[in-house]
Design a protein around this ligand. Sequence first.
Ligand code: FEO
Length: 400
Amino acid sequence: MTAREIRLGSNVFAVGAIDWDRRLFDELIPLPDGTTYNSYIIKGKDKTALIDTVDPTKAKDLIGNLKALKVDRIDYVISDHAEQDHSGSIPRILELYPTAKVVTNQKCKEMLIEHLLVAEDRFITVADRETISLGDKKLEFIFAPWIHWPETMFTYLREDKVLFTCDFLGSHLATSDLFAVDRRKVYGSAKRYYAEIMMPFRTNIKSNLEKIDGLKIEIIATSHGPIYDNPSFMIGAYKEWISDEVKNEVVIPYVSMHGSTRAMIDRFIDVLIGKGMSVKPFDLPRTDLGELAMSLVDAATIVIGTPTVLTGPHPAAVYAAFLANALRPKTRYVSIIGSFGWGGKMPETIKGLIPNLKAELIDPVIIKGYPKAGDLLKIDTLAEMIYNKHQADPMVKKGA
Ligand code: FEO
């Protein structure tokens, strides 16, 4: 990424890197659109600060941008988050700028020492709401723990009304756009990012959003994806995602080996659609799990479909249940549709995998062999029950 001033005359420059080709994060999270590691240089009258760095695989890009801007001195390297995609190039920067100090909170300092072997004497530790001066500009540090690590914080540049939020409100989206101009695309990428990374911390996000409510913010500069010159666009989206309201929608992650479970899922989908409900089926062995995670953000109900394999659920269904449990969506109802050949404890195993879902369990429909007419009527009843629950539940937005 070429270094670019984020607003004319601000002396705040984006100096990070675009990773067009990365397709997996943490060896787990699919990145269909790559990502960016955003880093910013702020040239004050007296001091210069670098806000976060980049993934170590892209250190060259960051260093190239600093050279292009003729940054011959960095006084402060602000570390808002210790995860290596933002902190991994700190050691290299400290080598290149031997008088630079890492400015961060105590917890983040401990992590940087632990994970990156940064020497203890290179740190300045700050408290919540403490400020440091760059001469004509001041940086304020706002602790925002657990989005999504315990040490996370924001940096606020009051003079320019810029809030640096690191992961928070970001998106895995490689783009040459410095700002979020393609809102539809950015919304989707940010929702995926929220689902995969932030959703388990919904409660903390609420309180951290409240912390920034009173700040005058014109630009939110995240560390992934394009930045926002209309902050209410993404803050509004987050407020919706973290609210307790859900959509009149049923997410159906399913797998079928010989067609029995599939026949029931097909019937289930048809009946729900006939009732005017929104349905999101995912054929698990062929599903992008990021898409599944996104669908969990605001659906009222999850129904897992699985046959019985070696007395338990199919491993693809186990993974989906594990994922849903880990991501802790605000789901209101959950059920299971499944089949078996000769026996097993499939439903019990699934139930045991989802203790974090604070959802009402609706009686599963588990049948032997291929579904007969009576079995399909049970599917109809399940769909009817879910429909009625949604209708009666004030937290389910109707018409969605
Ligand atoms: Fe983008 Fe939590 O690191």
